[in-house]
Write a protein that binds this ligand. Structure first.
Ligand SMILES: Nc1ncnc2c1ncn2[C@@H]1O[C@H](COP(=O)(O)OP(=O)(O)O)[C@@H](O)[C@H]1O
Ligand SMILES: [Mg+2]
Length: 402
């Protein structure tokens, strides 16, 4: 969605009105006005400016107080904020240079024709978007999508999705703090999703907005909608309010998945239990599907049905079963062998039953690696992550020719 937040700072009513009107006419722009001169801006206003996409302020560069204030403004610059000075069109070059030296990105002459101003600002909006796109997309690398599905409710698929995502960060270095991989976990169980609870992230309205308004998500929308944890893990949680499952469109989900793959090395998706229409675009992009199950007859049968459903349209999709609540046995027992036969699969992944660690992780709202790193649960998920990384090495960005 093309929306940019623009802040206009001026103590001159005429400028606030005339320039403000021009800005209001820019498509997708949300304009706020700060009735103040740059030199009068207080700390809070400087900080607020940094949360806008574009900050436009009227200034007179002959005024030393203004220049100092501009330095303060740009020293506290938002990571992706563009600062534009609005100033007398007859300004000598040396004065304009003083503004750029003070950290301003560009100087807009005033007064100028409305069209010219719109064009200049639109150019900056486009430039800023291109910079963000470059920064957040992996230079052409395509991330790997891992989907997690449950054979029955409460089996532990969200536990697996969240903790697998956490372990896919593959932390290295002192105190294991530096993530090797960029990873996102996405809660597509938009009605009953609990990823946010598991990671102590507030419900997010992003997916609800997506379901309610029919737009295609892009890098900017995704960046605004997700939350990044201190570990580096990006989380797109389910909304608090109820979103009808079918209100998400397959094209929207497809776009979402593609954008996520351009931004992250690994994207882990917690799937809803219902097989809604937009599951297909997810499966079409999935590099690995994990079905979390246990050895009970209903779970084995449900796994079989799920695999048949998935394979009907995605014959090549690699599927693995994750047996939860059970440590890998030294030797398969009869019921294991019968299940393997019924599923025509081997069991490659086992996660031991570990209520204490599982409970602690949920209570703290943290991945199990952070609350009980040596637990059975943490170790089995680490093994699952290791196997995933070995099977799906991350895509390297294409070498760019300068
Ligand atoms: N290996 C395990 N050992 C013990 N408890 C677990 C294990 N895996 C999950 N749990 C617990 O089971 C409950 C349901 O897990 P959850 O991941 O929400 O299931 P699902 O997403 O499949 O409905 C949670 O309380 C979770 O902490
Ligand atoms: Mg769940």
């Amino acid at each position: 969605m093309n929306n940019s937040s623009i802040l206009l700072i001026s103590s001159d009513d005429k400028i606030v009105t005339s320039v403000g009107d021009v800005l209001d006419g820019i498509e997708g722009a949300r304009v706020s006005r700060e009735d103040s001169s740059v030199s009068q801006l207080n700390g809070a206003a400087v900080e607020m400016a940094a949360s806008h996409d574009i900050v436009i302020f009227a200034t007179d560069p002959s005024n030393a107080a203004d220049l100092t204030a501009i330095e303060v403004l740009t020293d506290n610059r938002g990571e992706n904020t563009v600062y534009l000075a609005l100033t007398d069109g007859d300004l000598p070059l040396s004065k304009a240079r003083a503004l750029t030296r003070a950290g301003v990105d560009d100087v807009l002459p005033y007064p100028t024709s409305d069209d010219e101003m719109v064009e200049q600002i639109n150019q900056w909006i486009a430039k800023r978007r291109a910079v963000i796109e470059e920064k957040f997309t992996g230079g052409g690398a395509v991330g790997k999508l891992i989907a997690v599905q449950q054979a029955r409710g409460g089996i532990g698929s969200t536990t697996v999705a969240v903790n697998l995502a956490d372990q896919l960060l593959d932390r290295k270095g002192r105190f294991k703090k530096e993530a090797t991989n960029k990873v996102a976990v996405v809660d597509l169980d938009i009605q009953f999703g609990t990823v946010g609870d598991f990671l102590d992230v507030e419900e997010q309205e992003g997916l609800l907005q997506l379901a309610a308004e029919n737009f295609l998500p892009d890098v900017h929308w995704v960046e605004q909608s997700l939350v990044r944890l201190p570990s580096g893990l990006a989380v797109l949680a389910a909304p608090q309010r109820f979103a009808p499952l079918e209100s998400l469109q397959p094209e929207q989900v497809e776009a979402l998945i593609n954008v996520l793959k351009s931004m992250f090395d690994y994207v882990v998706v917690d799937l809803p239990r219902a097989l809604v229409g937009w599951i297909e675009p997810v499966l079409a992009e999935t590099d690995k599907l994990y079905i979390v199950m246990d050895m009970t007859v209903p779970a084995v049968r449900a796994s079989r049905r799920l695999m048949d459903f998935v394979r009907a349209d995605n014959a090549q999709l690699p599927i693995d079963l994750v047996v939860n609540h059970e440590k890998k046995p030294m030797m398969l027992r009869d019921h294991h062998r019968e299940a393997a036969k019924a599923l025509d699969m081997t069991f490659n992944h086992w996660i031991g039953d570990d209520p204490k660690a599982a409970r602690e992780a949920v209570d703290f709202g943290k991945p199990v690696s952070e609350v009980s790193g040596r637990s059975e649960l943490a170790k089995s998920i680490a093994a699952l992550a290791k196997s995933t990384l070995a099977e799906l090495p991350k895509d390297q960005p294409a070498v760019r020719v300068q």
